[in-house]
Design a protein around this ligand. Structure first.
Ligand code: PLP
Length: 394
């Protein structure tokens, strides 16, 4: 008999009742140290006082009004994001997947309105993830995401990660509307795109006139120590998808774009009932205010350095369990030699939450506010897990 909850997740038998900072407490009263942060969502940890405050205040004022009306909280958040980034305009969604839908529509409408309606192809990269909608799975393209869901949305092709020659060739065919890429692949196994590669991709798009979409749903919002990961490379996209961290745990996403890239999206071309509601945007504005503070981002980088150094030591001490540390800022991956899911099971035994990813990687995505002593405690628990895995294989 099918469970009353559609069984699309392999859930662990852990039910959390409350949380604070980097700690979660189960309904049995057990305390877990959270290095997953809801998969890079709880950027400020659990129940951050500033977010509890803004949420409760806004909840007492106004939750939802239609986008038929002016929403000052939404306008404020758009103004902040435009001030802080390459973008001239923003549209708010409830998730990263919805941001992907709009990014794809925006790119295709751009070329339609420029008199090149056949310029519809979107190029993605192997190992990427852009959400579970029809456009999201078509953009990412992996069999794990797409098998059984055909016919897929047409007009998407894929290249191996880092295949710049392939990209130049594909772009020369003249039918490419946009290239979509995560500056740091998340689900694919924490694979950063080197800065010079991002630069080369930008240059190739410019040469061919194609739009460039960055998916910063996972790597954005301070996760890498910059407000957005692409800032390290010095290049900017035409369109960017944002979600996860921007809501600090409240559902919120956004598409940011230049005026030119967004030029086709005139009144009536897109919409959302819930996207940009006052509650989500009030919270989002507070998150952006906190995370975009240069002092906050410096602290993220300092904590990231400390964590990374300890993880390097852990990998060196347990070569049968781990192979390498990779990633950027507090978006880190432990490339495992043992099965990542076996290591994860032992992490759970040590009351530590991490997240598995592709390429046999264990993701470390703590709250950006993780305390130094919790970093030390996390590595101690990872050590316990590593020893348990070693003990198992003897
Ligand atoms: C890079 C990236 N893009 C898009 C998505 C989809 O976001 P959501 O699950 O909010 O729809 C995710 C989610 O993991 C992601 O990591």
């Amino acid at each position: 008999m099918i469970p009353s909850l559609l069984p699309t997740y392999n859930r662990v038998d852990l039910a959390f009742e409350h949380g604070q900072g980097s700690w979660l407490v189960t309904d049995r009263g057990e305390r877990y140290l959270d290095l997953g942060a809801g998969i890079a969502v709880n950027a400020l940890g659990h129940t951050h006082p500033a977010l509890v405050d803004v949420l409760t205040r806004q909840a007492q004022k106004l939750w939802h009004v239609s986008n038929l009306y002016t929403i000052p909280e939404q306008q404020k958040l758009a103004d902040m994001l435009v001030d802080l980034t390459f973008a001239d305009t923003a549209f708010f969604t409830n998730s990263g997947t919805e941001a992907c839908e709009l990014a794809v529509k925006m790119a295709r409408k751009y070329w339609h309105d420029k008199g090149q309606p056949n310029r519809t192809r979107i190029i993605g990269f192997d190992g990427s993830f852009h959400g579970r909608s029809s456009a999201g799975i078509a953009a990412a393209g992996g069999e794990k995401l797409t098998k059984g869901f055909g016919p897929l949305l047409p007009g998407f092709t894929h290249l191996p990660f880092g295949d710049l020659d392939g990209l130049t060739n594909a772009l020369s065919e003249g039918d490419v509307a946009a290239v979509i890429i995560e500056p740091v692949q998340g689900e694919g196994g924490i694979r950063p795109v080197p800065d010079d590669e991002l630069k080369a991709i930008r240059a190739a798009c410019d040469q061919a006139g194609a739009l460039l979409i960055f998916d910063e749903v996972q790597c954005g919002m301070g996760r890498t120590g910059k407000l957005f990961a692409h800032e390290y490379s010095g290049v900017t996209p035409d369109i960017m998808m944002v979600a996860k961290g921007i809501g600090g745990g409240f559902p919120l996403g956004a598409v940011l774009a230049t005026e030119d890239a967004a030029s086709g999206m005139v009144a009536g071309t897109h919409g959302s009932t819930y996207g940009g509601n006052p509650l989500a945007c009030a919270i989002g504005a507070r998150v952006v205010e906190i995370v975009s503070d240069p002092a906050f981002l410096d602290t993220v980088s300092r904590k990231a350095g400390r964590l990374r150094q300890k993880l390097e030591g852990l990998v060196a001490a347990h070569p049968d369990v781990f192979e390498a540390v990779r990633g950027s800022g507090l978006m880190l991956g432990l490339k495992c030699k043992a099965l990542n899911t076996d290591v994860l099971a032992k992490c759970y035994d040590a009351r530590l939450l991490c997240v598995p990813a592709g390429d046999n990687v264990l993701r470390i995505l703590p709250a950006l506010t993780i305390e130094d002593e919790d970093i030390s405690e996390a590595v101690t628990r990872l050590e316990t897990a590593a020893k348990a895995v070693e003990g198992q294989s003897k």
